[in-house]
Design a protein around this ligand. Structure first.
Ligand code: AMP
Length: 276
């Protein structure tokens, strides 16, 4: 695996390559979810490029950019064990040089749900993803279903702006207790980890009820909330059912994604379950 820190170097390495490139953008602190993205990409591309960049522009002023978990040594061995060919490891000024001022915004679907609680978060995400696509020119790019709204918005950007890349989505990978793997899980104490496992349990209760014929999403959302009521430290920020094709809220039907964000103490966790 070759580590490349600057754009020119990276372009020189891969620019003339006619083989298919799979790109896996990450912010590091790798876990089984990232590994699944890498595995999927390894199966269908000749060249794997992963990026590790903790993107400052997707963190709000009161968010955890400084504390975001960083474990470079462990990440390097994960990337190299996953047979990544090139790891793009830029520093902030390589991506955002002095004078940088152009952003990709989605002022419709990007302002709800996560966008409501994390101001400008998706402007940062979409801008960096657009840059990575332009720098690397991959045939395929990989994102996890765990971040459902992010996945939707990247898909929308690719379509709205005619990017020439195929988007691949990868199923959410979970710990044995059901908790969705996330770099931020390392913030949780062992008690909090046990509490956090109830998020997925509650999503499953909702999904079972939906499979048994309950089509009124207000009832399902209420069920999710009731199932978490016994946990002292938990605060639900939102629980919504959205149409997977538009990310608009839907109130009933046979197809939706139930998306949730909860605070466990001051640790923010998101998850979702597909009702289809
Ligand atoms: P991050 O490093 O958190 O920015 O995540 C990089 C990519 O990994 C994104 O496409 C995420 O959606 C994906 N990802 C994160 N957690 C999981 C998970 N538990 N299962 C599958 N993909 C995930």
């Amino acid at each position: 695996m070759e580590i490349l820190r600057n754009i020119k170097e990276l372009k020189n390495k891969i620019g003339l390559n006619k083989n298919s490139i799979g790109l896996i953008p990450t912010m590091g602190a790798l876990h089984k979810g990232h590994l699944s993205l890498l595995e999927n990409a390894r199966k269908e591309n000749e060249i794997l490029v992963a990026s590790l960049f903790v993107n400052p522009k997707q963190f709000g002023p009161n968010e955890d950019f400084e504390e975001y978990p960083r474990d470079f040594k462990k990440d390097l061995s994960f990337f190299s064990d996953s047979k990544v060919d090139y790891l793009f490891l830029p520093d902030d000024s390589e991506i955002y040089p002095d004078g940088f001022s152009t952003y990709v915004n989605n002022n419709l679907e990007g302002r709800n749900f996560e966008g409501e609680f994390r101001n400008n978060h998706f402007d940062g995400v979409l801008t960096v993803v657009a840059k990575l696509i332009n720098i690397i020119n991959p045939k395929r790019i990989y994102f996890g279903e765990k971040d459902a709204q992010q996945l939707f918005l990247v898909k929308k950007m690719i379509s709205d702006l005619n990017f020439n890349v195929l988007l691949r989505s990868v199923k959410t990978v979970r710990e044995s207790n059901g908790l969705a793997c996330s770099s931020r899980n390392s913030y949780l104490s062992s008690n909090e980890t046990n509490d956090a496992a109830n998020i997925y349990k509650s999503l499953c209760v909702v999904s079972d009820s939906w499979k048994n014929g309950e089509e009124n999403f207000s009832v399902l959302k209420e069920k999710f909330i009731t199932n978490l009521e016994h946990i002292k430290n938990i605060k639900i920020q939102y629980v919504e059912t959205v149409d997977p094709d538009t990310f608009n809220t839907v109130e009933r039907g046979r197809k939706a994604i139930l998306i949730v964000a909860v605070l466990l103490g001051d640790i923010r966790l998101i998850d979702n379950i597909i009702l289809d």
